[in-house]
Ligand binder design. Structure first.
Ligand code: HEM
Length: 495
């Protein structure tokens, strides 16, 4: 009996020695990891995790180790350090960490968000150059977005003076922009059913995958055997079938309609399918496969819709919760625009306060509490610590955007922090919602254009006031975190 006790105590000591000292001995210091969980529980208490990273940056400096289960991640917690690593030494930080669950969902390594090397760079380059041809950052893209702006106005005008669901209208507008780009059409009245099906799928996925049961199952997988259905595996299978089903149908419809001899392309899918045919004729059947196209569509659709609508929703919420901001925006818009005409990107430089409001909305919305997981492509040194090839590393942009040395009183929504003493827009490089380095957001140009055109035209046309239940909550410390708030508001026409 004593022998067993001594043996168990020794094993426990060896385990703790390994967990608390041995595996951490060469890494930058950081918070003590819990067995199995690592440090991620700190992100949940309180949500959405901003505070634990800010606390650790103050305690350990701008480079420290954060453990996710039993995997170490080096956190880069200041903009200066991001410049030194992700920007100046971009190639070392370009790769994404392999994720088994995602790979099993995709049936391999596909898409642009989760791939690496030549395959990733070919598809990133192809997508960006194709988006440019389709008008990205140019007048053509602006025209497409302005069609959606007019549609937003038409929808809102129907219910002026009454309580109405504001985020829902913006959501459809953003979905139309991204679907135009990928498949070349918008969801008009005829396509309403198709749009609704997609939205139901996204909503279901968001609710299902953020439930406590599923989070616990992901962290401690064996518990799924004792839990009620559906399990994580069931959910993934169901989601996979419906989502890929949508994209595959679209792709096959496109394939039948395309004029493969024409040089003109109306959508990303069309130019991809042409490139696929060209490469196949040259004997390359792998790089531009149909499965890759399906995954590219999913990446662009999901990355392009959720982020932008979330930012728009938070923008409304912050403005409604901060007295005086709307009045200042209205004063500038009336002075500069002078009529009820549509605002375009050529007005941007004359609207510094509007731009400052958008900057502050992105900073406060801070929609990525923990950034995507990268890994080092070679052995390197960060802040004097030797870091092996393949180590996880995260450019922690949410901490940078809440850095009180750059943004005093960081939780206060204050657009004036982006205005200089001459009333001009101040450039602050620490405002980095689209991240930094070689993996910086691929849709940044599109998102910036959408945010400006949609918000400037919205606030020019309307005054927004809370519904009878009050403005949407901007408290992210509760269960909802940064996830979208559903809210009604009352719009009053200004022109
Ligand atoms: C307000 C809107 C948006 C925000 C705040 C945002 C933010 C981000 C962030 C933080 C990343 C991670 C970068 C990293 O790995 O360090 C990212 C990547 C990405 N974003 Fe966005 N994004 C937005 C809109 C869009 C749009 C409209 C699109 C699509 C057209 C898009 C497509 C992507 C893609 C494909 C990636 C992965 C790029 C790669 O790994 O090479 N995003 N975005």
């Amino acid at each position: 009996m004593i022998f067993i006790l001594v043996l168990l105590s020794t094993l426990l000591l060896i385990y703790l020695f390994h967990l608390l000292y041995w595996k951490r001995r060469n890494l930058p210091p950081g918070p003590t990891p819990l067995p199995k969980f690592g440090n991620w529980l700190s992100m949940v208490f309180p949500m959405p995790g901003y505070e634990c990273f800010r606390r650790w940056t103050k305690k350990y400096g701008d480079v420290y180790t954060f453990w996710l289960e039993s995997e170490p991640y080096i956190i880069i917690g200041s903009y200066e350090r991001m410049k030194e690593t992700f920007i100046r030494d971009g190639d070392t930080y370009v790769n994404k960490k392999f994720n088994e669950v995602i790979a099993s969902f995709r049936d391999g390594q596909y898409g642009v968000v989760d791939t690496n090397g030549e395959f990733w760079s070919t598809h990133r380059r192809f997508t960006l150059s194709n988006f440019r041809d389709l008008g990205f950052g140019k007048d053509l893209m602006q025209q497409k977005i302005l069609i959606e702006v007019q549609e937003i106005i038409r929808k809102f005008d129907e219910n002026v003076g009454e309580e109405q669901n504001v985020p829902k209208v913006f959501n459809k507008a953003v979905a139309n922009v991204i679907n135009q780009l990928i498949f070349g059409y918008r969801f008009d009245d005829e396509k309403e059913k198709e749009f609704q099906k997609l939205m139901d799928l996204l909503e279901y996925q968001q609710k299902a995958f953020t439930s406590w049961k599923i989070i616990v199952e992901c962290v401690v997988p064996f518990l799924s055997r004792f839990m009620p259905k559906p399990t994580v595996a069931d959910l993934i299978e169901e989601y996979k079938t419906s989502f890929y089903g949508f994209f595959n149908r679209q792709i096959e419809e496109h394939r039948l309609k395309i004029d493969f001899d024409s040089e003109e392309n109306e959508s990303y899918a069309e130019s991809y399918l042409k490139e696929q045919r060209k490469r196949e004729a040259d004997g390359d059947k792998e790089t531009f496969s149909t499965q890759q196209l399906s995954n590219m569509c999913m990446d662009l659709w999901l990355a392009g819709l959720g982020t932008t609508t979330l930012t728009l929703g938070w923008s409304m919420a912050y403005v409604m919760n901060t007295p005086g901001v709307q009045e200042k925006m209205h004063e500038e818009l009336d002075r500069v625009i002078e009529s009820d005409r549509l605002i375009s990107t050529s007005d941007k430089n004359d609207l510094p306060y509007m731009q400052a409001v958008i900057n502050e909305c992105q900073r406060c919305a801070n929609i990525v509490p923990i950034n995507l997981f990268h890994e080092t492509t070679r052995d390197t040194v960060i802040a004097g610590y030797p870091i092996e090839k393949g180590t996880g590393v995260i450019a922690q942009i949410s901490t940078v955007m809440l850095d009180e040395t750059i943004f005093p009183d960081p939780y206060k929504f204050n657009p004036d922090r982006f205005i200089d003493e001459h009333g001009k827009l101040k450039k602050v490089e620490e405002l980095c919602p689209f991240s930094v380095g070689k993996r910086q957001c691929l849709g940044e140009g599109l998102a910036r254009m959408e945010l400006f055109l949609m918000l400037a035209n919205f606030f020019h046309r309307y005054e927004i006031s809370p519904s009878s239940t009050g403005p949407p909550s901007i408290d992210k410390t509760q269960a909802l975190g940064v996830t979208p708030r559903e809210f009604d508001a009352v719009l009053t026409k200004r022109h």
